[in-house]
Design a protein around this ligand. Structure first.
Ligand code: SAM
Length: 287
C-alpha cells in the first residue's frame, strides 16, 4: 500500500497540467499559476507549447518529454524531483496522459514516492461526451483505434454490443474510411456523433446514423480535429428475461453496490422499468 499526500510540502512533485484544446480562454487560473511557479515545464513539443505559453503569458524553463524519449527521460525528471524540483507536465493540447505521453512518468513518480498532482481541465473526449446527447454513464474511451480495417473491426463489434457510450479519436483524413468500416458492423439505426473542432470557431456536431454521416462526409471533406461517439446499445438488452436481469442485479450487489442502486443501474442499462425490476427482484429474492 502507498499513500500520497499531494500538498504536504512544496518541493519535489509532478503536476499534470491540462492546456486548452482550442480556445485559449480555457486555461485555468490555477494551471497558469502552476506553470509559472514550477521549476520546469516538461512539454511534449517545446515549440508548440512555447507558442501557447507565450500567448497565455507564462515564461518558464521547458524540457522536452515525448513518447520517443519518455523511457530515458522519465528517470532523469524523477531525479530532478528527488532533488526538490517541481515539474509541471503538459502535452500539446488537453489532458496529459490522455492519448498523449505522461503515463510512464506518472508510473516512475509513483514508484519513487514522488507526489503526482493532477489538475482538472479540458480534454476533447469529455467535452464531446457532454454535448453528444448520449448517456455519459457508463462510457468507454478508446483513444485512437488501429488504422487497418481488419484491426478496427473487433473494436466496432465491441462498441456495437456495448451498453455504454463509446468514444474514440480519429484523424480527418481517415474518417471516411473508418465510417465505411463502421457501416459493415453497426445496425442501420445506430446513432453516432462526430464532434469537430471543439471549442474553436468551426466547432460542429454531426449527429445521425452511420450511413447518414458516411454520406455527409463523402460530400463534405472532413477538416480539423474529431472525436467520434457511438450511442449505447439498447436493442440487445431488451431481450434479457427477468431471471437474467435479476442475476445481473445479484452480480452488482456481489461487487458491493447497494440493492437499490444495482436495480436502478440494471434497469437503466437494459431499458426496463426500475419499479418492475424492483418488484421482480423482491418477489424472487425476498428482502
Ligand atoms: N490529450 C488530448 C485530450 O485530452 O483530449 C488528446 C490528444 S490526442 C494526441 C489529439 C486528438 O484529440 C485529435 O486527433 C482529436 O481526435 C482529439 N482532439 C483534440 N482537440 C480536439 C478538438 N478541439 N476538437 C475535437 N477533437 C480534438
Amino acid at each position: 500500500m502507498q499513500r500520497q499526500s499531494s500538498y504536504a510540502d512544496d518541493k519535489g512533485k509532478l503536476y499534470l497540467v491540462p492546456t486548452p484544446i482550442g480556445n485559449l480562454e480555457d486555461i485555468t487560473i490555477r494551471a497558469k499559476k502552476v506553470l509559472t511557479d514550477a521549476d520546469y515545464i516538461a512539454a511534449e513539443d517545446t515549440r508548440t507549447s512555447g507558442i501557447l505559453l507565450e500567448k497565455i503569458g507564462v515564461h518558464n524553463h521547458m524540457l522536452s518529454f515525448h513518447k520517443y524519449n519518455s523511457k530515458q527521460r522519465a528517470p532523469e525528471l524523477v531525479q530532478l524531483m528527488q532533488e526538490g524540483a517541481v515539474i509541471a507536465e503538459i502535452s500539446d493540447a488537453g489532458m496529459p496522459v490522455i492519448s498523449d505521453p505522461g503515463y510512464i512518468l506518472v508510473q516512475e513518480c509513483i514508484k519513487n514516492n514522488i507526489p503526482v498532482v493532477p489538475l482538472p481541465g479540458p480534454s476533447a473526449f469529455t467535452t464531446a461526451l457532454i454535448a453528444s446527447g448520449f448517456d455519459a454513464q457508463p462510457f468507454t474511451y478508446y483513444g485512437f483505434l488501429p488504422r487497418k480495417a481488419g484491426e478496427q473491426k473487433p473494436y466496432f463489434e465491441k462498441m456495437a454490443a456495448a451498453h455504454a457510450t463509446s468514444i474514440f479519436y480519429e484523424a480527418p483524413h481517415r474518417l471516411v474510411k473508418t465510417l465505411k468500416n463502421m457501416a459493415t458492423v453497426f445496425a442501420p439505426d445506430r446513432q453516432i456523433v462526430a464532434a469537430r473542432e471543439l471549442t474553436k470557431i468551426h466547432e460542429e456536431f454531426v449527429r445521425g446514423t452511420v450511413a447518414e454521416l458516411n454520406d455527409y462526409f463523402a460530400e463534405n471533406a472532413p477538416r480539423g480535429e474529431f472525436v467520434m461517439l457511438v450511442s449505447p446499445s439498447t436493442a440487445e438488452t431488451k431481450k434479457l428475461t427477468w431471471p437474467e436481469l435479476i442475476k445481473l442485479v445479484d452480480e452488482q450487489v456481489a461487487q458491493g453496490e447497494s440493492k437499490k442502486f444495482a436495480i436502478k443501474k440494471v434497469a437503466q442499462l437494459n431499458n426496463v422499468s426500475k419499479n418492475e425490476l424492483y418488484d421482480q427482484y423482491h418477489q424472487n429474492r425476498g428482502n
